[in-house]
Design a protein around this ligand. Structure first.
Ligand code: SDX
Length: 393
């Protein structure tokens, strides 16, 4: 359904759907969640408060926030029998494969929140998904390294709970480092929602068929996995490691510029931002801060990233094509410094983006015309051909 929106005089566009959740001004490099700039939210708010804003349209009062945080906190455990799903995978399964499977299977366990025509069930499903995604991602990681599952705790905030479920072991106490917890929360906030990106559009399309919320989010996770989308954070760090030292940067820049080489700099470019990605700016500041506080600011990969960014931005090819670092360029450096393997980078993106998918899913269902539509095609193939017997072919 075409919708026309204006943000400031002279900037109008037609859209595939109307929305009041997130606005991106690609030319100015601006990102707003319910009208609030992302740099303000990343600097002054925290992830669960941003979740409330995305879901309900307004910043919560203290009482509203306390109630919402209590609801999420008390939904973080998984049905005990769901552990069997994890154990059905090979140990070397990618955590995203496990997340797609387990989230899709949630509809088989939480029958009281699958009826999308019931507003209360939609609300319960929303809270369950936001609350349980960190547990699912953490348990996928634990399963992949052969360690026991760590249960969530109700005395920890969202980011601290996730870090503890990933890195604690039963054999000893685990104290969450507040620096890591703040950095984790900020990474969740920076990835929370991003207008009609590929995975969000996938969730909207799935929801237009009336599929249950768990199936819709599982579809979003599957789409996010791609290296051109959410998988770029893993691909970017692997690229930086492949470059290894600043003296090899020209070789990789040359490859990225070569029309005959499909190679692209991971973490660079964006379908919408043709100026800087405001999230990358905050992420770069966070990388400097976290690595310094962790005493690893001499990390050679961070040096390669900074010199690669400088070299690319100084190169007319990237400037002419308006290619800048995106949200994925620095996030992997922080996540690795926090102790995560690259295979966990996209699952963390999926945890953070769940609230964006859910908010857009709810908005879609609240629209009386909520059919996102059935895409049509321009048919360019053969027509009216006569069948020929195989002996004559
Ligand atoms: C995310 O949609 C979202 O909002 C996504 C996301 C979110 O929060 O949901 O922001 C998260 O997915 C960020 C993007 C992560 N992906 C990567 O970092 C992968 C590397 N980047 C690209 O593959 C690419 O930049 C895209 C897919 C992200 C964007 O593609 P565009 O804007 O459609 O650009 P394009 O494919 O049309 O390319 C335009 C030109 C091309 O050259 P020409 O054909 O015009 O000669 O720029 C070149 C491309 O070859 N180009 C690159 C490049 N990205 C584009 N050249 C080298 N390196 C790159 N990274």
């Amino acid at each position: 359904r075409a919708g026309v929106f204006t943000y400031d005089p002279g900037f109008t566009s037609t859209a595939s759907c109307d929305s009041t959740i997130t606005f991106i001004d690609g030319g100015k490099g601006e990102l707003l969640h319910r009208g609030y700039p992302i740099d303000q939210l990343a600097g002054k708010s925290h992830y669960l408060e941003v979740c409330y804003l995305l879901l309900y349209g307004e910043l919560p009062s203290a009482a509203e926030l306390e109630k919402f945080e209590g609801l999420i906190t008390h939904h973080t455990m998984l049905h005990e029998q769901m552990q069997n799903f994890f154990r059905g995978f090979r140990r070397d399964a990618h955590p995203m494969a496990i997340m797609v499977g387990v989230v899709g299977a949630m509809s088989a366990f939480y029958h009281d929140s699958t009826d999308i025509s019931d507003a209360d069930q939609r609300e319960i499903a929303s809270h369950r998904l936001i609350a349980k995604m960190p547990t699912i991602a953490a348990w996928a990681y634990k399963y992949s390294i052969g360690q026991p599952f760590i249960y969530p705790r109700n005395d920890l905030d969202y980011a601290s709970n996730f870090l503890r479920m990933c890195f604690a072991v039963p054999a000893e106490d685990y104290e969450v480092n507040p620096i890591l917890s703040r950095a984790m929360d900020r990474i969740f906030t920076l990835h929370a929602d991003h207008e009609q990106n590929a995975s969000t559009s996938t969730v909207r399309l799935a929801s237009s068929s009336g599929a249950n919320p768990f199936a819709c989010i599982a579809a979003g996770i599957a789409c996010l996995w791609g290296p051109a989308h959410g998988g770029a954070n893993q691909a970017c760090l692997e690229m930086l490691k492949e470059i290894g030292t600043p003296d090899r940067i020209p070789e990789f820049i040359a490859r990225a510029k070569d029309k005959n080489d499909p190679y692209r700099l991971m973490g660079f470019g964006h379908r919408v931002y043709k100026n800087h990605d405001p999230r990358a700016t905050v992420m770069k500041q966070s990388a400097d801060e976290v690595l310094e506080l962790l005493g690893v600011d001499n990390n050679p990969i961070l040096q390669v990233a900074k010199e690669l960014e400088a070299a690319a931005l100084a190169d007319p090819y990237f400037a002419d094509k308006k290619l800048f670092p995106n949200v994925d360029f620095y996030s992997g450096i922080i996540l690795e410094a926090m102790g995560f393997p690259t295979s966990m980078f996209t699952p963390i993106f999926a945890v953070a983006r769940t609230v964006g998918w859910i908010s857009q899913w709810k908005e879609q269902l609240s629209d009386p015309q909520h059919k996102i539509g059935r895409p049509r095609q321009l048919y360019l193939g053969e027509v009216n051909r006569d069948y020929s017997d195989i002996e004559t072919r």
